[in-house]
Design a protein. Structure first.
Length: 612
């Protein structure tokens, strides 16, 4: 096949067979090698003079070569190939200068986004970006001086960090919006607290599940309430959040709150307003969950025993309120080689405070008594056997309550797990009442330890028994809401152990099919409920899967809200009280999200340039 044939009939041959296109490319490569040209897109560039030929034809290349570089025709063989390769390398290096600079600038932008993400995740001030840059340059100066200019190109100023965090927060929200469109059902958990400037901040978390049982838990919104914080105000903000995420009320499976009147009020509270809205639309109201952790904290207050707490607080405050006494007490414990270095302050608002303070005080009781006597401070109760019995018993019971509280804490916990812990504690209380009556202190280590000292006064059985029974009654009253929904939770927790007669009519036939399927029974694992329900055949168990979807979205507690409020207190503190609500929202979103911001996408949307 001749060259002229390809040139004159290119359009016709391309239409007939794509192989002709490949042959045409081969001929073009032949021309470029013969005449010291390289092909760049749709034109040819001379590797000798760097000029380009617009029309890619053999005649044009030949004319340029004959008129400008005829002296190169004498080169033959390996000499010609070597010269061509060297010239091609030089041209490529020249062309890549701008490309390399662009790549360096893009890397600097990506690094800037990553540093901004770290600052937001750890709640650091935006101005810390400048300090981070100083650290980077100091390290580069000692470790890799040749990279100092590249690091200096990374822009980490406070203004840049602010823009980067805004971009990252918006990107995560866009991802959440996309996931929300795939939710089959979703649940909300919310709580309200004041920041350092007394602005009421309403946190709204969302947990949704898709048809493939992919569960997502994210911060849906942080709404700043400048005026009142009534149930109507909260209801408006919740509806606005659902509209922003394009979520319909029919998909709302449950609401979890802290039990405040503005949240759970039956008429003007958030729950009451939502129930009215559901009734107007002819929908089934969502499951309402009063946070078990708050319930448990309120439940603990029944066991006051002020005679013990007042003495403990008085002794601790006497030791710690003066710096000199505090240092002397620490030195005293050090001389005795005590297991502890200090006593703890009691803070009522902290969930685990009382149990830890009492345990430390009970373990250090002899040392505390000796130290107080050396300072002329006589506390009569510290030597009374009756008071010591009360201290030991209260220490054991509060530690049990602390253990339950710690079990209920945690991010992403299912309602079935929390229900199991609550039911187990209820059984433990029944056992304790029986054991206390028999003076069996197997599960009361502090009481057992004091009993080994053979005190002169016997253990106050009736007093402690009455306290445990009072706890039992309060426990049943506090968690009656969970017991009402116990059958639904139990069905989700283990469908093979559920009673078919107690199930809804729409679930009974499917349960009968499921409970008699040996293959699924063998595949069932209580610690992987989501995976089990995701693998159930949709055509056989549609209603069971729908029930599982709803229950898997339920927030077992508002723990994630409490955790985020702690993060908010750290982020917007007295030294950062000018942080705007918008930037606080973006910072908390990045600090709590499980999604990864798409930094590559954000970088591609920015014009890369060096730091200035």
């Amino acid at each position: 096949m001749c060259t002229s044939y390809v040139k004159t009939n290119t359009s016709r041959l391309i239409k007939k067979n794509k192989d002709w296109v490949k042959e045409c490319r081969v001929f073009k490569e032949q021309w470029t090698n013969d005449y010291f040209f390289v092909q760049c897109k749709d034109r040819a560039v001379c590797i000798i003079c760097k000029e380009s030929v617009a029309v890619f034809k053999e005649y044009n290349l030949c004319r340029h070569h004959e008129t400008r570089h005829k002296e190169y025709t004498s080169l033959r063989g390996h000499a010609r190939e070597d010269r061509i390769q060297r010239m091609k390398g030089g041209l490529a290096a020249q062309q890549n200068v701008f490309l390399r600079q662009t790549q360096v600038n893009q890397a600097a932008v990506r690094a800037s986004y990553k540093v901004a993400n770290l600052l937001a995740t750890h709640g650091k001030p935006f101005t810390d970006g400048d300090f981070v840059k100083e650290c980077m340059l100091a390290v580069a100066e000692e470790v890799c001086p040749d990279k100092k200019d590249a690091l200096n190109a990374v822009s980490l100023s406070a203004t840049t960090m602010t823009r980067r965090i805004e971009d990252l927060g918006d990107n995560v929200y866009d991802q959440l919006n996309k996931k929300a469109s795939e939710f089959e059902f979703f649940a909300l958990a919310m709580d309200e607290s004041n920041d350092v400037q007394d602005t009421a901040q309403l946190l709204i978390f969302i947990r949704g599940v898709s048809t493939s049982f992919e569960v997502s838990e994210e911060l849906a919104a942080l709404k700043s309430l400048k005026g009142t914080t009534t149930g109507e105000d909260i209801f408006v903000q919740v509806c606005k959040t659902m509209e922003e995420l394009d979520l319909h009320l029919s998909k709302l499976a449950s609401i979890t709150t802290d039990g405040a009147p503005s949240m759970v009020g039956t008429t003007r509270g958030l729950v009451g307003r939502l129930n009215s809205e559901f009734e107007e639309r002819g929908l089934t109201p969502p499951l309402q969950v009063h946070c078990p952790i708050h319930q448990q904290a309120l439940y603990c207050k029944v066991l006051k025993w002020a005679s013990v707490i007042k003495v403990v607080v008085h002794c601790v405050n006497y030791i710690r309120k003066h710096g000199l006494k505090h240092r002397q007490f620490q030195a005293f414990l050090s001389e005795l080689e005590s297991a502890y270095e200090d006593v703890l302050y009691y803070t009522e608002v902290r969930w685990l405070s009382r149990g830890r303070v009492l345990r430390r005080f009970f373990d250090l009781l002899p040392e505390i008594n000796t130290f107080l006597q050396s300072k002329g401070e006589t506390v009569r109760e510290l030597t009374e056997p009756e008071w010591k019995w009360d201290l030991a018993f209260l220490t054991d019971v509060t530690e049990m309550l602390n253990h339950l509280n710690a079990q209920l804490q945690g991010k992403g916990k299912l309602i079935s797990d929390m229900y199991s812990h609550i039911k187990a504690f209820e059984v433990k209380l029944v056992l304790l009442v029986r054991q206390v009556q028999k003076l069996d202190f197997t599960h009361l280590p502090a009481t057992q330890s004091y009993c080994a000292e053979e005190p002169s006064v016997p253990f106050p059985v009736e007093k402690c028994k009455d306290a445990l029974e009072m706890l039992q009654g309060e426990f049943s009253a506090r968690f009656c809401e969970l017991n009402v929904n116990g059958k639904r939770i139990r069905l989700f927790q283990n469908p093979f152990a559920a009673d078919i007669n107690d199930a809804l009519p729409t679930l009974q036939f499917e349960l009968a099919e499921l409970q008699n399927c040996d293959i699924l029974k063998d595949a069932f694992k209580p610690d992987s409920l989501i995976e089990f329900y995701a693998a159930l055949p949709e055509e056989t168990y549609p209603n069971i899967k729908q029930h599982a979807m709803k229950m898997s979205t339920v927030f077992g507690s508002t723990y994630i809200c409490e955790q985020t409020f702690s993060c908010m207190k750290q982020t917007k503190n007295p030294t950062r009280n000018r942080l705007t609500d918008k930037h606080l929202h973006q910072t908390l979103r990045l600090a709590t999200t499980s999604l990864r911001p798409d930094i590559e996408l954000l970088t591609s949307q920015k014009q890369a340039h060096s730091s200035h």
